[in-house]
Design a protein around this ligand. Structure first.
Ligand code: IVH
Length: 683
């Protein structure tokens, strides 16, 4: 089979499995087999980019970088909807519709109003060719590469009988709530501020430059509108059914209703039920079903007369602010937390709400004993939106809440970096919650996974002076641990619970610590807690540098060559390795036997044309992703190195190559080649 045929065959097969999986929930092959085929296709496409098909499933994994999104003028303007929070206004609107249609009978379609960003997607000859943001309604940004990562959006249509080959669809792109929570947990891991709500997170993700990062976030979309030159459908209902049949993700929740009473019933039915959907929602949309009637009703300057949005009021309740407490994170960042009289919101009881930082306390103007309004932002994170002045007695007699000046744990004077909102406790090495936080980070499942040490056991070890950092865990012995105990008081119930180290517990702890020595390099790298180095970045660093020595020696220029590593992360890695305590910590872990070297992934051998030569690359390439280039070098017997030195044979130079690498290569007389010249080495 020649490469073109092979690429065609793999593309068709993978698209078939994807369709079965995402549209019909059937797995015909294992994830592993699927990934192998996808890798094979990726490698072939890197070799023969001209053969890559528009519907290639590799678009889903991203990789392309967009520096500036091109502006595209919408073929059909993207209007907004009139909206209201009042049922009465819905009834008034229905009256206007009735008059506008001169008493003819009409039907409504009710849909959920998803709270993400609106997308306009064009298909030509059955292929997804362009995806554009709403922008100002007349023109938006071309975000096709990012939108192609949405697995529920067909890249190539399978059934076009009903909907045709050329049309535009509109829908709402969103970040599923589960993904939002996962991303925020990851951000907490690396000491980054959490994202406020899924909508903002979605908007930010759709506009990211690196589509590989977009792909890793599992965005999704619901499609709610079809537009084309031909009159394929007479009603909105027909179009929704046809879109669904053609493989688009049409949310199941829509309903045809006979009159406005049906609309009100729908509104009431979804008030609570919408919280069970996978994404944020902020209301419902009512639309006239019949297209001819829509034309009769027409548009105002900004919105159609044939549609109306009813928005649910964000559920807001007033409750008493009992106190503001302060949490010290692993990185020393201080987070103020409002302790509240418990209150039920969107089906859950809220007792605490983050106040984010000192500025937020000032903005709200909080005083001790205030009643405050609590809301669930994006239905997930409880948020304080203001003071309920109707219930709060005069402020005069109650002191203003002032942000603390000293660390609540170790009393060190807090500091604030210029331009940052958070105050920090600078006593990194001696502040107990920071020490505990770092050890908890080290043992968590995504890191070294020492689960036998959870539930307050770390606290006991710290209080007994047995550990001060994670490397001390590897010095512990049976006799030191046996018999240690502590009484914990549960924060919520006030119940007391005794944790004591009996024989079995101690054995489990020591076995867990011992097993952690088998965890791979990437997990160790994540566990040591370099600021801004999350789980994924640690994996990329481990794959790129292979061992800790290379990473320690890496320069800023080297580091930013790694996918996912930007200036901020690179700087943080450099500063981590320039601290002698950190180096001593790593030495101790190394001496204890932890993995500081990665196992190389097996690479299929293609030939040995590059045997005996060393390579390094800089910048981005047209034909190759970084991974594909690395694979190609290794598959042909070449060796990748991590820095420019006299020993380097070839520096492969791409777009946006690092200037210091080029200068150094020039100075040392290292041969610099383009990607085409690199290919020629293997001819
Ligand atoms: S129909 C003429 N249907 O709400 C506008 N919009 O405020 C036709 N939205 O920009 C839009 N869910 O991003 C429609 N089921 C739904 C929707 C929906 C969310 C968004 C959309 C639009 C905004 C209007």
């Amino acid at each position: 089979m020649n490469p073109a045929e092979k690429i065609d065959q793999l593309t068709d097969k993978l698209n078939h499995y994807n369709y079965r999986y995402y549209q019909e929930a059937v797995s015909e092959i294992s994830d592993q087999e699927f990934d192998l085929m996808l890798k094979e296709l990726e490698t072939l496409e890197a070799q023969y980019p001209e053969l890559k098909r528009a519907d290639s499933p590799t678009h889903r994994v991203g990789g392309a970088i967009t520096k500036n999104f091109e502006t595209v003028v919408h073929k059909y303007p993207m209007l907004s909807l009139s909206n209201t929070y009042s049922e009465q206004e819905i009834l008034d609107w229905d009256e206007r519709v009735r008059k506008g249609l001169n008493g003819r009978p009409y039907e409504y379609i009710c849909e959920i109003k998803f709270d993400g960003i609106s997308l306009s997607v064009n298909y030509e000859n059955g292929l997804l060719v362009r995806a554009v943001t709403r922008g100002d309604g007349t023109q938006g940004d071309d975000i096709t590469t990012n939108v192609k990562t949405l697995r529920s959006l067909p890249l190539k249509l399978r059934k076009t009988e009903e909907i045709g080959d050329d049309f535009e669809i509109r829908g709402e792109g969103f970040l599923p709530n589960k993904e939002f929570e996962r991303i925020n947990a990851e951000r907490e891991d690396i000491g980054e501020a959490v994202l406020a709500n899924p909508r903002n997170a979605a908007a930010g993700t759709f506009k990211m430059q690196d589509s590989a990062v977009v792909a890793s976030r599992n965005l999704d979309c619901f499609i709610y509108q079809y537009l084309s030159e031909n009159d394929n459908f007479k009603t909105h209902e027909e179009s929704l059914i046809a879109l669904k049949n053609a493989g688009f993700n049409v949310s199941e929740g829509w309903r045809k209703v006979a009159d406005i009473a049906g609309v009100i019933a729908y509104i009431n039915e979804w008030t609570e039920k919408r919280h069970t959907l996978p994404c944020a929602t902020d209301g419902i949309v009512v639309k006239i079903n019949d297209y001819a009637q829509r034309e009769d009703l027409g548009f105002t300057a900004k919105s159609p007369r044939w549609a109306m949005a009813f928005k649910y009021k964000a559920e807001s309740k007033s409750t008493r602010l009992k106190a503001v407490t302060y949490q010290v994170g692993r990185t020393g960042a201080i987070t103020p937390v409002a302790e509240l009289e418990p209150v039920v919101l969107s089906m859950t009881t809220v007792k605490r709400a983050t106040l984010h930082n000192a500025d937020e306390i000032d903005r709200l103007g909080l005083h001790e004993g205030d009643y405050v309004f609590v809301e669930k932002a994006g239905e997930i994170i409880p948020k304080i939106t203001g003071v309920d002045t109707s219930r709060s007695s005069a402020e005069l007699f109650r002191p203003k809440i002032e942000f603390i000046k000293e660390c609540p744990s170790c009393n060190t004077l807090l500091v604030r970096n210029e331009g940052e909102a958070a105050w920090y406790c600078p006593n990194e090495k001696g502040c107990p919650p920071q020490i505990k936080g770092r050890i908890e980070h080290f043992i968590q499942r995504k890191a070294l996974d020492i689960d036998s040490l959870g539930e307050g056991k770390i606290e006991i070890l710290i209080e007994n002076g047995l550990v001060n950092n994670a490397s001390d865990l590897y010095q512990l012995n049976f006799d030191q641990l046996l018999g240690l105990e502590k009484v914990h008081t549960d924060e919520n119930s006030g119940k007391e619970r005794k944790v004591s180290f009996k024989e079995k517990t101690v054995e489990n702890i020591l076995a867990g610590i011992e097993n952690s020595k088998n965890q791979p390099f990437s997990k160790v790298l994540f566990a040591i807690g370099i600021r801004f180095v999350g789980e994924t970045t640690a994996q990329k660093l481990a794959a790129y540098f292979k061992n800790i020595e290379n990473l320690k020696a890496a320069t800023f220029e080297d580091l930013i060559q790694v996918p996912d590593v930007g200036d901020k992360v690179a700087q943080s890695i450099i500063s981590y390795f320039s601290d002698s305590d950190n180096l001593a910590f790593i030495d101790k872990l190394q001496a204890a036997g932890l993995q500081f070297e990665g196992e190389d992934a097996a690479v299929e051998i293609e030939g040995n044309a590059l045997a005996g030569f060393t390579f390094l690359y800089t910048g981005t390439f047209v034909k190759y992703s970084r991974e594909a280039l690395e694979q190609k070098i290794e598959a042909n017997g070449g060796k990748l190195v991590s820095g420019v030195s006299k020993k380097l044979n070839y520096l492969i130079v791409g777009d946006g190559a690092g200037p210091s690498k080029l200068a150094k290569a020039e100075q040392l007389g290292v041969k610099m080649i383009s990607e085409n010249e690199f290919d020629e080495l293997m001819d």
